[in-house]
Design a protein. Structure first.
Length: 428
């Protein structure tokens, strides 16, 4: 196991060769995978061990190299050589010591080291048993878990290390015109092992096979439960960069047309959050960021260089060579879907999922997707529609929010609430 002291000599080696600043990040991942198709479960392992070397020379020229930690000295030399082709940047340089989050982030399952193959296979077999229904064909069930260790050092004195675990189970079913998918992911084994993933899939399928009414083409009120809402927040969550928020696109801060009921926070230190961590790939602890405050876009992810330009602190979202959202938390409403639909009355389409969002233009917000859904009359399911096309604009949808409900769920790194909204069109 790599320690901070093991990496320290490479800081000095880079400095001896002319580096004015150095950052080192070593990430080691060891994981297990179980795949269950029609036959017996198949077990395998996966992982990686990568050292990232960042060096800065005169003029703020940056060199970055990644590779096997066993080749650390070669990586230092290659990173220094690459600085000759880099532009000068007066704002560039390593990050120094910063206070990391206080209190436990609950990102490492204490029982991980005691897990065995039988326990992992049991999770897969349980989901398979829940999917036994003659009407449907279960897809492959995939279980994965991993232990990750991250170690970061800076020539400015920063020294950080962290271990975390994650667990994920994915399943699906087909038949009767349906093709449904669902997954669960968590920091703890107990969370993924206890969720009735297969049962949930069958219940979703039952709701979508209900005979009865359909809705005519035209403007339609939609109900978006946590699963499809988490898909939306996931894909737009990566767009809160200075360029996007400060530009003219769908998420421009200049737009204030979203409903005041929409409130989304990014919290990279949320206890037990799937993307919680005490420091990012540049050694910066995450800070909570309000991305959308009562309908107004404002929050943005900042790397150390952009933060220096703005005279503020970086936000802790650096991952690899880019910026990645942390845990996205949507503020819930005060009343349930059932109560609100009863009060609002009228027809609506409750969207089952938004598994395929390839029809969403993240620059303009234009939306053109195919969905399955349950037809509602007030709060009563009265039919279902499969493979219907919804078109519109995500900005108009967020502006047309009628209510945000208190039906919530944590799906991956997103805490999503349900919403009822106007603004979409059901195509013929």
């Amino acid at each position: 196991m790599t320690t901070l002291d093991d990496l320290e000599p490479f800081i000095k080696a880079a400095q001896d060769e002319g580096a004015l600043g150095v950052e080192l990040l070593r990430e080691t991942v060891t994981g297990n995978r179980i795949v269950r198709g029609a036959g017996k479960p198949e077990a395998s392992t996966f992982g990686h061990d990568v050292l990232t070397v960042r060096v800065w020379v005169a003029g703020g020229r940056l060199g970055v190299m990644r590779g096997d930690p066993a080749d650390a000295m070669d990586l230092v030399g290659q990173a220094l050589a690459s600085t000759f082709e880099s532009p000068e940047d007066a704002l560039a340089g390593p990050v120094g010591r910063m206070d990391t989050p206080s209190g436990a982030l609950s990102v490492r399952d204490r029982r991980y080291d005691r897990l065995d193959a039988d326990g992992r296979i049991e999770v897969v077999d349980d989901v398979r048993a829940q999917l036994k229904d003659r009407r449907f064909e279960p897809g492959p069930i995939v279980y994965e878990d991993a232990l990750r260790r991250r170690t970061w050092l800076s020539s400015k004195g920063g020294r950080l290390t962290e271990e975390d675990t994650w667990f994920r189970v994915e399943a699906g079913l087909t038949g009767k015109g349906l093709d449904l998918h669902q997954h669960t992911a968590s920091r703890s084994f107990a969370s993924v092992a206890s969720l009735p993933l297969g049962t949930n899939l069958v219940q979703r399928a039952d709701a979508l096979l209900q005979k009865g009414r359909t809705l005519p083409p035209g403007p339609v009120r939609v109900v978006i439960p946590p699963l499809p809402m988490s898909r939306l927040l996931d894909v737009i969550g990566e767009r809160f960069t200075p360029e996007r928020v400060g530009g003219k696109g769908f998420l421009s801060a200049a737009r204030t047309a979203f409903s005041g009921k929409l409130h989304v926070v990014d919290d990279g230190a949320l206890a037990g959050g799937l993307r919680s961590r005490s420091f990012d790939d540049r050694g910066v602890p995450p800070v909570p960021l309000t991305l959308i405050r009562e309908g107004c876009v404002g929050g943005r992810f900042l790397d150390p260089e952009r933060a220096r330009q703005l005279g503020t602190r970086p936000t802790g979202h650096c991952t690899g060579d880019g910026l990645m959202a942390g845990n996205l938390v949507m503020r819930e409403g005060t009343r349930s879907i059932n109560a609100l639909l009863t009060e609002l009355g009228g027809p609506s389409l409750q969207i089952d999922d938004l598994y395929d969002l390839s029809g969403l233009d993240l620059d303009t917000g234009a939306l053109d997707v195919v969905v399955d859904g349950v037809v509602m009359d007030a709060n009563i399911p009265v039919g279902a529609m499969q493979r219907v096309r919804l078109t519109g604009d995500l900005g108009a949808l967020f502006a047309g929010i009628v209510e945000v409900c208190n039906n919530t769920d944590r799906i991956g790194h997103v805490d999503a609430a349900s919403l009822i909204a106007d603004g979409l069109v059901l195509a013929g």
